[in-house]
Structure formats: structure tokens, C-alpha cells
Design a protein around this ligand. Structure first.
Ligand SMILES: Cc1ncc(COP(=O)(O)OP(=O)(O)O)c(N)n1
Ligand code: TZP
Ligand code: MG
Length: 211
């Protein structure tokens, strides 16, 4: 996940079949420019997360796509992930950084808060995530963010910012023009009526059109 224009950040669906999902992920990643994949299995136990990470990490890393694990910096280290994403009630960013060491990537949820984002940056985050920008059924999001937050952040800070929450090809343009470095999406890709590859193509085209 480097500097440059706005890029796509895929988050896995809430549940997946570890036998078949690697091919779905490969098809999605081969459809367009994707910077990162986050494995996010909120209901899975540690063994299931390890199995999924072992099956999916090579698919992403073979394509130079960063592979991050949600919520669990410890398992991210154990399973060879490129980093982890933590929320405000998962683990303090400073503690997550200590578990990950200096080299692995750390993302931190900052809701719609400038203060949380500045603290996350000071505590070792490699990116801050703001949202939810739009209504979403993937998660009961507790905060609502507006594009001007992205504009404020990207004007003042070097640290990349991720926009998340209900983002689609149809609604993403204001987030791109406001300065989001990454758009994190679940449903717009995995629930696309023509399949995940079509979802990635549509989002990449929308990002390009707004850039
Ligand atoms: C890129 C990105 N941004 C935000 C989140 C949300 O994290 P969190 O608030 O910890 O909620 P859960 O995803 O754990 O339900 C995320 N996962 N990724
Ligand atoms: C994990 C998460 N955190 C805030 S909104 C959200 C869900 C994003 O999924 P979708 O792109 O389907 O709205
Ligand atoms: Mg979390």
C-alpha cells in the first residue's frame, strides 16, 4: 500500500468457504488494481482464521497485494500476514504496533474523529480509516463520516486515509475527489450481481473517472 492515487482495499465477506473462496479472491484481484485485502471473519475461531489466512494469503501476496488480518495482530504475525487492522475497542494502536513489530502494517479505525486519527498516527498506524460514509448492512456502524473529513486529513497529513462503509461504484466519486487514499469495500464487490470481478472492474473504473 504505497503513495499515489486512490486505490481499492478489499475486505472479505463476513463468512467464506475456505475451499472455494481462494478462486473467487483470485478472480477479483485479477480484475483490476487492488492494493490490499483484509481477512475479516468476526465469527471464526482461531483455527478457522489460521486456515483461511493460509489459503488466502498466498493468493494476495503472489499478486503483490498486501494481506492484512482484522482484529488480531498476534495471528497476523503467526500466519505471515503483511499487517493487521484494529478498531478502537480491539486493542490500543500502540499495543498493536508492539505486537506487529516495526515492519508489518497497522491500520486503525478512527470513525469520524480527527482526534482519534491523530492519536493513531502518533501511536504507530500506517493508515487511518474513517467511516461509515454511507449506510451499510455489512456492519452496524456506530459513526457517520463526511467527505470533508477526508479533505481535511489529506490536506494536513502525510499518513494515508481509508474510507469505508457502504461504498459503491455509484457513490464513491466524492470520496476520491476529497482525497481518500483507499476505498475499503465488502458488499460492492462480493455481492455484485455480475460477480466479484465485475465489482472490482466497476469500482476501478469509478475511481479512475473521479481521479
Ligand atoms: C479498513 C477498515 N476500516 C475499518 C474497519 C472497522 O474496524 P472495527 O471498527 O474494528 O470493526 P470490525 O471490522 O472489527 O467489525 C475495518 N475492519 N477495516
Ligand atoms: C467493517 C466496516 N466498518 C465500518 S463500515 C464496515 C462495513 C463495510 O462493508 P460495506 O462495504 O459492505 O459497507
Ligand atoms: Mg475490529
Amino acid at each position: 500500500m504505497g503513495a499515489g492515487g486512490c486505490r481499492l482495499y478489499l475486505i472479505t465477506p463476513p463468512a467464506l468457504d475456505v475451499a472455494t473462496f481462494p478462486d473467487r479472491l483470485a478472480a477479483a484481484l485479477d480484475a483490476g488494481d487492488v492494493a490490499a485485502v483484509q481477512l475479516r471473519l468476526k465469527e471464526a475461531d482461531d483455527d478457522a482464521i489460521r486456515r483461511a489466512a493460509d489459503a488466502l494469503r498466498p493468493v494476495a501476496q503472489a499478486r503483490d497485494v498486501a494481506f492484512l488480518l482484522n482484529d488480531r495482530p498476534d495471528l497476523a504475525v503467526q500466519t505471515g500476514c503483511d499487517g493487521a487492522h484494529v478498531g478502537q475497542s480491539d486493542m490500543a494502536a500502540r499495543a498493536a504496533r508492539a505486537v506487529l513489530g516495526p515492519d508489518l502494517m497497522l491500520g486503525v479505525t478512527c470513525h469520524a474523529s480527527r482526534d482519534l486519527a491523530m492519536s493513531a498516527g502518533e501511536d504507530g498506524a500506517d493508515y487511518v480509516a474513517f467511516g461509515a460514509f454511507f449506510p451499510t448492512t455489512t456492519k452496524a456502524a456506530s459513526s457517520r463520516a463526511e467527505p470533508d473529513l477526508l479533505a481535511w486529513w489529506s490536506d494536513l497529513m502525510e499518513l494515508p486515509c481509508v474510507a469505508i462503509g457502504g461504498i459503491t461504484a455509484e457513490n464513491c466519486a466524492p470520496l476520491v475527489t476529497a482525497g481518500a487514499d483507499f476505498l475499503a469495500v465488502v458488499a460492492a464487490v462480493w455481492d455484485h450481481p455480475d460477480g466479484p470481478a465485475a465489482g472490482v472492474r466497476a469500482l476501478c473504473a469509478a475511481i479512475a473517472a473521479a481521479s
